[in-house]
Design a protein around this ligand. Structure first.
Ligand SMILES: *Cc1c(COP(=O)(O)O)cnc(C)c1O
Length: 580
């Protein structure tokens, strides 16, 4: 790679309206990314605790990583997201998780108030504050107001969600104008951000461009990134809700008519209109892009370009390991794997691995100092302890309870090595099924004298715990029901930090062959469970054997390092967006 920052097709400046006709005449649309015309990334969820915004999970982590990688690569990017004045925390009371709500003050996180913008809803003018924080060539722009609530407060399909979504879309688009920015690209992180593209369409169509041209222009510059597999599961909004929240914000009668025509029996799914307004569409892993089952309004199956999520390695990889990757030429500038990284992985020896793990263990112990387990115990692990972890949102398809289906077998596996099992994950507020599963899991653990001292549940899974476990444990367990994980990124943190991965073949893990890691396959859940236990035993055995440990970890890295690299992801997006 060269030292040039990434400016793609630099430089023809289409001023939206004036230059549009010329561009049409040339029959091409050129793009440029520059500080005044940034790559814009729209997301309802951002997970960036250093900047005061704590999202729900992977979608928000991805957004934060994307911005940081753009910053490292010199790509002008503006991330537009709501700032939620409250953030949820979870604490364990008995065997029940309880949500707490803590106020967050954006001033404390270095955001500056720019000005206010107005949107209309339910017959009122709502004033939103526009706040901004800059990081070299990138920035986070937020819209906020005191009653914004928390991320995902209210059910999907509720008035409050729609209010948050139009605030981001119409309010965020007005915020860009306030800052003098024009989007070169609008990347929509899921359909909840549809209203940003709608705001652009409306601006063009109400400023002299005819509707068809405005639509073509908007479509050419909009990328819809899908993270959900099944369109049918998506919530619907009613036309009555749109009449209160959406229509009042639209100026162009043609845009209004277009939107109204999309309702079927008075209902609308945002994916149906997002597919129409975005010509560019991507899914977040090879498998996901292939199987995501979406249809456009004409009933045709929608094709998604596979662009597998990556992570910001500067953030997630322990500095000692990252230095090793860089100094040995495994990673090049911007943490892009080198062409011969596989050969260079030979420099990774078992003794290096063990040294890295010792350093990681210190970080994990430090992280756990303030985070007691379900028994109120503060954990401290020695270099010799062997740790399995399961760290991810507690949602049904990820199956946190799977390893506990045969407690005596789990116990005998852990006993072989005196191993520990750390479990952490947030439960979505109001998810009674998962609360009950956790309660039952904890009672299974409590009922066994060995498990109760070797299985630890840590409440309030967050970025710090994710990092501490990736660097400080030995084996990560990832067992989603095959076909339901869109990508997943926590396994990437584990592979990059030299943890063994035990996983089902799903999401981004399925980008490479199932020979690449300790894979769990089986036609039935019983068969999968048996394989899971055998993989856990295999992982324990490898810890005694330098050759096996080295072999397994190198194989994982060889298979996944390019996938893991966030720089690779962003380059894939740019190649897709700016392919001529
Ligand atoms: C990495 C990370 C995630 C992503 O989790 P997946 O289950 O792999 O999608 C979610 N939450 C936190 C806090 C993370 O650090």
């Amino acid at each position: 790679m060269t030292d040039e920052p990434y400016f793609y097709h630099p430089l023809e400046n289409i001023e939206d309206i004036d230059d549009f006709e010329a561009a049409v005449e040339r029959k091409n649309f050129t793009y440029s990314v520059s500080p005044e015309r940034p790559y814009t990334y729209w997301t309802l969820e951002l997970y960036d605790q250093n900047n005061g915004v704590r999202g729900g999970g992977g979608l928000g982590i991805l957004a934060a990583d994307t911005r940081r990688v753009a910053e490292q690569m010199g790509i002008p990017l503006a991330l537009i997201t709501p700032f939620y004045p409250y953030e949820p925390r979870q604490v364990l009371q008995g065997s029940q998780v309880v949500d707490e709500h803590l106020p967050v003050d954006y001033h404390k996180f270095g955001f500056k108030l720019i000005d206010t913008v107005n949107i209309k809803c339910c017959g009122y003018l709502c004033q939103l504050e526009v706040i901004e924080k800059r990081f070299k060539n990138t920035r986070i722009i937020c819209v906020t107001e005191p009653n914004f609530g928390e991320l995902y407060s209210g059910m999907s399909g509720s008035d409050h969600r729609l209010y948050q979504e139009i605030s981001l879309g119409f309010g965020g688009y007005a915020a860009l104008k306030l800052l003098g920015l024009k989007p070169a690209i609008m990347q929509l992180n899921e359909v909840a951000t549809f209203f940003a593209a709608l705001a652009r369409l409306d601006e063009l169509a109400s400023n002299g461009m005819d509707f068809y041209e405005a639509m073509v222009y908007t479509r050419k510059h909009t990328l819809y990134t899908n993270h959900t597999l099944v369109q049918a599961a998506e919530a619907e909004f009613s036309e009555e809700q749109f009449a209160r929240f959406v229509y009042p914000n639209i100026k162009s009668p043609a845009v209004l008519k277009w939107l109204k025509d999309k309702f079927v029996n008075g209902k609308l799914k945002l994916s149906s209109v997002t597919i129409e307004i975005a010509e560019l569409r991507s899914g977040v892993s090879k498998l996901h892009a292939r199987v995501a089952n979406y249809h456009d309004i004409a009933g045709n199956k929608v094709k998604f370009r596979a662009i597998t999520n990556g992570i910001d390695m500067e953030k997630w990889v322990m500095p000692e390991i990252l230095d090793f990757y860089k100094s040995s030429g495994i990673l090049e500038k911007n943490t892009m794997p080198s062409v011969d990284y596989i050969e260079k992985l030979n420099l990774l020896s078992a003794s290096k691995i063990r040294n890295f793990k010792r350093a990681g263990r210190k970080i994990l112990n430090k992280t756990l100092e303030t985070r007691p387990d379900q028994n109120g115990k503060i954990l401290e692990f020695s270099d010799n302890d062997f740790i399995f972890d399961f760290k991810r949102r507690f949602v049904d398809y990820k199956r946190p309870e799977l390893p506990f289906k045969d407690p005596s077998r789990l116990r005998s596996i852990l006993e072989q090595r005196g191993a520990h099992y750390i479990l952490t994950g947030r439960i979505h507020t109001g998810d009674h099924i998962m609360s009950e599963k956790l309660r039952s899991l904890l009672s299974t653990v409590a009922a066994d004298s060995y498990l109760s001292t070797h299985v630890h549940y840590i409440a309030d899974y967050d970025e710090k715990l994710a990092y501490g476990l990736s660097v400080g444990s030995n084996v990560a367990i990832n067992v989603p029901i095959v076909g339901l994980e869109a990508c997943g990124t926590s396994w990437m943190k584990d592979v990059a930090n030299l943890n063994l991965l035990i996983s089902t073949h799903d999401g981004g893990v399925a980008d490479a062959s199932s020979e690449s890691y300790l894979s769990v396959r089986g036609a039935t859940e019983e068969a999968e469970l048996d394989e899971l236990y055998r993989r856990m035993e295999e992982a324990i055995l490898s810890s005694y054997n330098d050759f096996d440990l080295e072999f397994l970890l190198k194989k994982q890295l060889a298979a996944y390092l390019p996938t893991i690299s966030g720089a690779r992801m962003l380059k894939d997006y740019l190649d897709y967006l700016f392919a001529s």
